[in-house]
Every structure is written in C-alpha cells, then in structure tokens.
Design a protein around this ligand. Structure first.
Ligand code: GRF
Length: 189
C-alpha cells in the first residue's frame, strides 16, 4: 500500500518540503520532465513520468486521466496530493478517489481560480492574497476548502516575488493539512 502520491509539473519545492517533513510519500507522478522528478530521485521515491505531450484543445483528457488512475491503482495509492500539477483531470479519477485528492492553489479561493492566480491578484490590486488547500473535484479549484493562509502583497512585488512568498506559506500549510487528513482517515478506518 502507498499512503500518498504527489503529482507535480514544476519545480517541486512543495514536494521537497513534504519529503523533508517526513510525510509518507510513496510515489511521485509528473506530467512532464520537471525538477519535481529530480527531487523524487534525490529522496529515493519511486517516480513515474506520464508525459502529457499535447497542450492543445484536442488533448484527450479522459485517456490521460485513465492512464494516471491505472498507475495510482497499480501502486495501491490511498491519497493523492497535487502540488503544482498543471493538468486538469476528468471524472474517472474523482469517482475512484472521491474526497481523497487534494490540491494547493496560490490564491485565497474562490478568488483567482485558474492558471494565473498570482498575476491576476497583482493585476486586480488586492492587498492580501494567500494560498488555499482544498479537496480536488471535477470543478477545477472549486472543491471544498480545508485551510487557507493569508499572504500580504507588498509595494514593488513582481509575480515571481509574490509567488515565492505564497509558496513559502504553502510549504508549511500543505504538509500540515495532509498529515491531518491522513491521520483522520486512519482514525475513521
Ligand atoms: C504552487 O504555488 C502551487 O500552488 C501551484 O504551483 C506552485 C508549485 O510550486 N499550483 P513548486 O513546483 O512546488 O515549487
């Protein structure tokens, strides 16, 4: 049994923090070659690259979702944490893992959903943004909220500077929430 799989597409700094925090990550899945895979390797965690090569509207979301689901089932994964994973899944994975897929999003949801939340927050001139840990559902960034952390926007912030400040909060909050959720599941089983 694999307690937790972490899904990545980017630099994997949140994954790295989870591993340093001794979360029971048993599998890393990436949808593209990325630093997250290197981090998995450095921590000797099994990793699977399920490459998404098609980024157009003709992308076969169902087929991709089923491929990921097959791998999760093969490793007997119990919980899934998306940490900077840039592919939206379709229904089948949510049928199998209902309430067991988590995501972190760098805004205070329901504000600034989508794939440019940091830029959008800056463009709207909000003074406070943050991060949200939520249960992932077929509605992207729309699932039940588990925890949020405010992060201030400071004069002179660029997207990169602000995103890094938000990720600093995500690296603390996400492992804590995952640990609580895994613990909760253990108690109710
Ligand atoms: C995080 O801000 C996450 O919320 C967003 O992508 C970023 C991932 O950062 N979806 P990293 O790859 O863990 O450094």
């Amino acid at each position: 049994m694999t307690p937790l799989a972490v899904l990545v597409s980017l630099t994997g700094s949140i994954l790295e923090e989870m591993l340093k925090d001794s979360l029971r990550v048993g599998l890393v899945i990436a949808d593209r070659a990325c630093l997250g895979l290197e981090i998995a390797k450095a921590f000797s965690i099994p990793a699977e690259l399920i490459e998404r090569t098609n980024f157009t509207k003709t992308f076969d979301r169902d087929a991709y979702t089923r491929r990921v689901l097959d791998v999760l089932l093969r490793y007997d994964v119990q919980f899934v944490a998306m940490a900077g994973f840039m592919t939206v899944f379709s229904q089948p994975i949510f049928d199998h893992y209902a309430n067991r897929i988590f995501n972190t999003h760098p805004s205070l949801l329901p504000s600034f959903k989508g794939n440019r939340p940091v830029r959008d927050a800056l463009q709207h001139g909000v003074k406070i943004t943050g991060c949200t840990i939520h249960i992932a559902t077929p509605d992207p960034d729309g699932g039940p909220i588990l925890a949020q952390q405010e992060v201030p926007i400071l004069p002179g912030d660029t997207e990169t500077i602000l995103h890094e400040r938000i990720k600093k909060a995500e690296r603390v909050l996400y492992p804590r929430v995952l640990r609580e959720q895994l613990q909760l599941a253990k108690q109710t089983n």
